[in-house]
Design a protein around this ligand. Structure first.
Ligand SMILES: C[S@@+](CC[C@H](N)C(=O)[O-])C[C@H]1O[C@@H](n2cnc3c(N)ncnc32)[C@H](O)[C@@H]1O
Length: 190
């Protein structure tokens, strides 16, 4: 397995490189809990993870996966567009990392998927609560709603001030079909 095998291994390598023990982090789409577990490993027992998903099964699977990687995990059954209200104000401006892995729950109901309007609102909330030197990662897939999400994400990212934000888009040029796109956003300290 190499760093660039797929969008998820790529993003996990970045999360591991960036997130440190004791950090406050957000998994905006818990799903099967693999991203949450990668974050939990990095923040350790002194870190705090806020997690979101609209399906109870995702919270249950994630909670059981996190048993092996203890941290303070506050998992919210509800949309990531509620992020500003759920992550306490005291953490706004000090969240070290927010990760989005969009689309539907692998192995679950493919009709329950993230959608462009709420993804865009959640991204705006994530940008607002990020720490200086914070990191946002987004993996966006090539299905029909994913394409709408891609456009919504890029309209937000392309308007960000380059003095404060770095926004990178990575694509998998030789993958067949409609490969995912990974976005990496970092904020600079003033
Ligand atoms: C591709 S999966 C996430 C994969 C996951 N991070 C992992 O490590 O397995 C996308 C998840 O987004 C969830 N979802 C859909 N709409 C959402 C929303 N508005 N807010 C948060 N999660 C949402 C789905 O229920 C699904 O579990």
């Amino acid at each position: 397995m190499t760093l660039f095998d797929n969008a998820v291994t790529y993003v996990h390598a970045l999360l591991r490189a960036h997130v440190a023990e004791g950090d406050v982090v957000v998994d905006a789409t818990l799903g099967n809990g693999l991203d949450a577990a990668a974050l939990a490993e990095s923040i350790g027992p002194s870190g705090t993870l806020y997690g979101f998903d609209i399906q109870q099964v995702a919270l249950d699977v994630t909670r059981s996966r996190l048993k092996n990687t203890p941290c303070t995990a506050i998992l919210h059954l509800g949309g990531h567009e509620e992020m500003s209200a759920i992550v306490p104000k005291e953490h706004h401006g000090s969240v070290r990392c927010v990760t989005f892995n969009l689309g539907y729950l692998p192995g679950g109901d493919k009709t329950v998927t993230t959608v462009a309007t709420t993804t865009q609102r959640a991204l705006a909330a994530a940008l607002d609560m990020l720490a200086p030197d914070g990191l946002i990662t987004i993996v966006c897939y090539g299905h029909e709603e994913g394409e709408r999400e891609r456009l919504a994400i890029e309209s937000v990212l392309s308007a960000l001030d380059q003095a404060r934000w770095t926004c990178v888009r990575s694509t998998f040029l030789n993958q067949k079909g409609t490969p995912p796109t990974a976005y990496v956003i970092t904020s600079r300290s003033e």
